[in-house]
Design a protein around this ligand. Sequence first.
Ligand code: FE
Length: 195
Amino acid sequence: MSGTHADALISRQVRRLETLLEERGIVAGAALDELLDAFLSGASPLNGARVVARAWTDPAYKDRLLADGTTAVTELGYAAGGVQPQRLRVVENTADTHNVVVCTLCSCYPVRLLGPSPSWYKSEAYRSRVVREPRAVLREFGVELPERTEITVWDSTAETRYLVLPRRPEGTQALAEEELAALVTRNALIGTGVL
Ligand code: FE
């Protein structure tokens, strides 16, 4: 294949990809910047898991994290990322409360801490239904919460992203921070999973 032929082929493929991304609403506003940032900065759910494990093992860190997530995650080397300034708010699950995160407008997501968002997070079905019937949606994710548990749904924006601080599993007192981090799933950090 000649060079110019290959270049033309790649150009067509790039245009096709851009069209697909736009059609599916994946690229909108700052989203492309976020995706690039994710690839460049090692964005992964393990980052969010490390934040959670630190909060579980260091009560003072947990206090700072809940008070000002944006600043507290920089202690572990995680900047908010993106081109625009972003606020990170960490919401804590307890025996009586469960938090779940959505972006009803598009697909805002803490990419640096969770990696690129799963396709269901961007789906119309999730975005519309989790607000109206969170308990039913959580059940479809295999999360069965007691009736008395209050569910709070947090709607992300370009300016404010959310991270759920899941409850620490029973019987994990002896585990080290890295071992605890390995227990934390991406869905638990969104609130569509429990540990
Ligand atoms: Fe959004």
